[in-house]
Write a protein that binds this ligand. Structure first.
Ligand code: ATP
Ligand code: MG
Length: 476
């Protein structure tokens, strides 16, 4: 097959003539070729394999480019990287690898193109296109990767037990590609993952999280989480999720399977947001349900306090997986903590005050919280489905009305602490906080509008009630 049309970008011609000059054979391999054939235009990164020094090739290519990019050399790996426009081009010498049991860092020797293709994870990632003038555009596909692309199959080029045991990260990559591309993992490869899943313990958490992110960023993340569950990997990586599996029955009362429910919520939310942290929130919103599950004869199954418990578990999970303990984590925690609030609202008569409180508490996250709660509607009963969605529409409508009038979203106290101090000639003291809280409550309850004049008057009234003496100049 000739794929010269994949090499339209002038950079390939530059690499080609440079490689000819150095008498080095070189190829573009991996994801670029795969995605080109799939007509997938996601990652723009290009991987070049050289039979010889990839570093030398990279340096000379860089010299020929008008913007003279910097070449980052990683001597221990024999790789070099340069940036051209917004493309990252990585050059590597072809290698042959042999692994030991303890680590995913292999012993590396120089090899042929075939050696290099063999050490790649899947046949669809082992495709190469010739770049030298003699074979410019020729596809080299020793493991029938193109056929597997056509049949939508993830297959390892070698015995999958060897491939996965050598580098267990590949098990996650298999599941990630199956999810991103909506491909099937070949049954031998799948069985091999089931056999080798415990080897995942030699992989760092950072690399695991990269794959989890990619699964979550896919159009239908449940594909990946179901595969992770079936292979045993999920239990090792995210036991908080597998703990949600199963339906208990006591005296004829059952609760829903919160694991499968969660996956539905994640798929739902993926239709409405590309924000990966909001997708994480959907994945984790019910994790507090496993440890808080109780049964009582009177009310049946309950999960009291699961939102608070869940938000605490988010911290422990992020810490364990070495995910950032920053504002992203706080965002996930807050949304998990608030995840039932709009639902409680939507199921009763909705008052303005309740909407104002919701908007006040959720602050800048209110839209994301509503998106989460709408995705949480997974009932199979069409009448209920419609009703719940309708209720949320009403809540959203009310939110707009209340916001227009009261501007609660970025609430700033209409009377400042300093003004209170001036009005009553006070030094910092607890009465100031009390008055501010009183004003805020009055606004949220709708007793006064969110306006300065009304708030100032209320401040004077409350201060007097608290026995404070008004400063003469501020009397009105
Ligand atoms: P994407 O960039 O979308 O994640 P990709 O296939 O380009 O997909 P990279 O991680 O960029 O993935 O790796 C580039 C290529 O290197 C892959 O196509 C594959 O051939 C090879 N590769 C990457 N990681 C491994 C691995 N753990 N084992 C074997 N080969 C790998
Ligand atoms: Mg890539």
């Amino acid at each position: 097959m000739n794929l010269e049309h994949a090499l339209k970008d002038p950079i390939f011609k530059i690499i080609s003539t440079t490689a000819d000059e150095l008498d080095i054979a070189c190829y573009v391999v991996g994801g670029f070729v795969r995605d080109y054939i799939l007509k997938r235009h996601t990652g723009q990164d290009i991987d070049i394999v050289a039979i010889g020094s990839g570093i030398e090739l990279a340096k000379l290519v860089a010299k020929k480019l008008t913007h003279r990019p910097k070449v980052s050399v990683f001597k221990t790996y024999g790789t070099a990287m340069l940036r051209h426009k917004d493309i990252e081009i990585e050059f590597v010498g072809a290698r042959k690898e042999s692994y030991s049991k303890e680590s995913r860092n292999p012993e590396v020797k120089n090899g042929t193109l075939e050696d290099d293709q063999k050490r790649r994870d899947f046949t669809i990632n082992a495709l190469a296109i010739g770049l030298n003038t003699s074979n410019f555009g020729t596809l080299l596909d020793p493991f029938n990767g193109v056929l597997d692309l056509k049949n939508k199959r993830i297959v390892t080029p070698l015995d999958p037990n060897v491939t996965f045991s050598d580098d267990p990260l590949r098990m996650l990559r298999a599941i990630r590609f199956a999810t991103q591309l909506d491909f099937e993992i070949d049954s031998h490869s799948f069985e091999a993952i089931k056999e080798n899943y415990q080897r995942i313990d030699i992989i760092t958490n950072e690399r695991i999280v990269v794959e989890l992110h990619k699964i979550l960023e896919s159009p239908k993340p449940s594909i990946g989480f179901l595969l992770l569950e079936k292979t045993g990997l999920l239990e090792l990586i995210l036991p908080e999720l597998t703990a949600l599996k199963g339906i208990d029955e006591v005296e004829g009362q059952r609760h829903k399977d919160n694991f499968y429910h969660t996956l539905e919520v994640v798929d739902n939310i993926a239709l409405h947001t590309n924000n990966v942290w909001l997708r994480w929130t959907a994945l984790l919103h019910d994790i507090g349900k496993a440890p808080t599950k109780r049964f009582s004869k009177k009310v049946g199954w309950t999960f009291h306090g699961h939102e608070l418990k869940g938000s605490k578990m988010v911290y422990h999970m992020f810490k364990r997986l070495k995910m950032p303990l920053n504002d992203k984590m706080k965002y996930v925690q807050k949304l998990v903590f608030m995840s039932s609030r709009p639902i409680a609202l939507a199921s009763k008569h909705i008052t303005d005050a309740a909407v104002r409180r919701l908007v006040f508490d959720a602050g800048e996250y209110i839209d994301d919280l509503m998106t989460l709660c709408e995705a949480d509607i997974t009932t199979k009963n069409p009448r209920k489905f419609k009703k719940y969605h309708n209720n949320f529409k009403i809540v959203r409508q009310k939110m707009v009305e209340v916001e227009e009038r009261d501007r609660i979203r970025n609430f700033q106290p209409p009377v400042t602490g300093e003004e209170i101090m001036n009005a009553f000639h006070l030094k910092p003291c607890r009465e100031i906080g009390m008055i501010k809280e009183y004003i805020k409550e009055a606004i949220l309850e709708g007793q006064i509008p969110n306006e300065r004049v009304a708030a100032y008057a209320l401040m004077l009234k409350k201060g007097t009630e608290l026995g404070l003496k008004q400063h003469d100049e501020t009397k009105i």
